[in-house]
Design a protein around this ligand. Structure first.
Ligand code: ATP
Ligand code: MG
Length: 479
């Protein structure tokens, strides 16, 4: 159905893709993998008409196409779902599905037709838990993704690109998405699927294409590969899948942060102790209050009830003065100054401590930024590399308490391992770490104990090494 051949692209004289071939058949899930900055998103944006390639050809159903605008690609049946959705939060589901091409009758938008068609498409996807009139801003991330899929279906897309669709989903939502992907597959749609979660690549994909440094490494049927082989193709060397060793009882020290009966509009009855040297994992479904807990501790959405020591911060400034740091999950909205350089961003938090510029490069190297160029504007970095800059910020500040909200989201396998080591090193240096992650294997591998949140409360605290089943059960069960 799709054939991209010899694709090349440079930005401002820097080559980011050269001679890349990619094909997809009807009803195939074709995974595209590779390290941060390998060129995956750029290749997909070329297919979606966002970027025009410098070299190469694209054919769809045997016909050569040339896209100069995303609408050209849409008309040719290509839909792309970005990690940061393109939805209007104040509008309804149906309005979002038909934005820019609303059906009209006698010059007036035909709401009834719009809603009926949206309803029909939602129905095809099975139970989604919302209707055409729901306001999009009130939906969860997973449901917003469903809206994007419905949008793709409504333009009769035959090729759907999903760029890290599960990066912000909780485990049970991932399964829902996989079900939807299989349903699309049955309809003969070709799906190009970018992911850093190798487990789902093996679960879903028929074939996988590996990119490295902008070049094609290999395209293989997934059945011909093991995880270790795929990792080797991606990073060019062996990687152990082990996590750094957990803290021994002797390494765990004083309580550095204590919350008693903490609450606000989203959280209730939070009792929590974070100790020096210990990594406390936080599990929970989307909406269970994980990010809210991080923000409350960091003073961004403060506790309004209960006690907290050393201080119950009313502002971020108060929290930081008390030695509390937060590595945010939403790097676009909260984490980074996109128009500034990587070095400036890394320094934002460090400047206060009088860190010298010469050390910045070293810091960026430690988080695996490639290349560790402090001058590069952050908005031109790939998604995963932006995440590494956020992390670099806190490393040298070394607060007493550091909260990580999804620290490895969108980060490639090699860098993930490096980040895991960094987080453990911080703990070993005496920092009390709290870590939120939707990836249960990561949460289990890293945590010395695991707090499970449910509906804004602590549903239970589990020891290190608890199983995914135990965590999921506690996260989802209702009294
Ligand atoms: N608009 C742009 N201007 C300049 N450079 C860019 C632009 N878009 C991407 N790049 C560069 O192209 C390279 C490939 O980036 P791309 O976003 O395609 O990587 P990726 O494989 O999707 O990585 P990730 O896994 O981190 O999302 C990177 O070096 C990036 O900095
Ligand atoms: Mg990308």
């Amino acid at each position: 159905m799709l054939n991209m051949s010899g694709i090349g692209k440079s930005f401002l004289g820097v080559r980011v893709l050269s001679g890349v071939d990619l094909e997809a058949q009807a009803g195939e899930v074709h995974a595209v993998v590779g390290e941060n900055g390998a060129g995956k998103s750029t290749l997909m944006k070329i297919l979606a008409g966002v970027h025009v390639p410098d070299e190469g050809t694209i054919t769809i159903d045997g016909r050569t196409v040339a896209f100069h605008h995303p609408l050209d690609a849409q008309r040719a049946g290509v839909a792309i779902i970005y990690q940061e959705f393109n939805l209007l939060p104040e509008r309804s589901v149906a309005e979002n599905v038909f934005v820019g091409r609303e059906p009209a009758r006698r010059g007036v938008v035909d709401r009834a037709a719009m809603e009926a068609e949206t309803e029909r498409l939602l129905g095809e996807l099975g139970e989604t838990g919302f209707g055409p009139r729901h306001r999009v801003g009130a939906l969860g991330v997973a449901q917003q993704q469903v809206v994007e899929i419905v949008k793709a279906l409504s333009i009769d897309a035959r090729i759907i690109v999903m760029d890290e669709p599960t990066a912000s989903l909780a485990e049970h939502e991932v399964e829902l998405l996989h079900t939807l992907v299989r349903r699309l597959q049955e309809r003969g749609i070709a799906i190009l699927y970018i992911s850093h979660r190798l487990r789902e690549v093996f679960d879903l994909a028929d074939r996988v294409t590996v990119l490295k440094d902008g070049a094609l490494v290999a395209t293989r049927p997934i059945t011909e590969l093991t995880t270790a082989e795929l990792v080797r193709l991606m990073v060019g060397r062996e990687l152990s899948d082990y996590f750094p060793p957990r803290a021994t009882p002797g390494e765990i020290g004083d309580v550095l942060l204590k919350v008693a009966d903490g609450g606000n509009s989203r959280l209730r009855g939070i009792d929590l102790e974070l100790r020096a040297g210990e990594i406390t994992g936080v599990a929970g479904l989307q909406g269970s209050g994980r990010t809210e807990l991080a923000k409350a501790v960091f003073g961004a959405e403060p506790f309004t009830e209960g006690h907290m020591t050393p201080v119950r911060p009313r502002t971020v400034r108060e929290a930081m003065a008390a030695g509390i740091g937060l590595v945010t999950e939403d790097r676009k909205a909260e984490g980074l100054a996109l128009r500034q350089s990587a070095g400036d961003n890394a320094l934002l938090a460090a400047r206060a401590t009088g860190m010298r510029n010469g050390k910045v490069r070293e810091l960026l190297q430690r988080v695996g930024l490639a290349p560790p160029d402090p001058e590069r504007e952050v908005r031109y970095l790939s998604g995963g590399n932006q995440q590494k800059v956020v992390l670099a910020r806190w490393l040298n500040v070394k607060p007493r308490v550091l909260v990580f909200d999804e620290p490895t989201r969108g980060v490639d396998v090699g860098a993930k391992a490096a980040i895991h080591d960094l987080v453990r090193d911080l703990a070993r240096d005496g920092v009390a770490v709290m870590m939120i992650s939707s990836e249960l294997p990561e949460l289990i591998g890293m945590s010395d104990r695991i707090i499970v949140l449910r509906e804004g409360r602590i549903a239970g605290i589990l020891p290190a090494g608890s199983s995914e089943e135990t965590i999921m059960h506690l996260a989802a069960s209702h009294e």
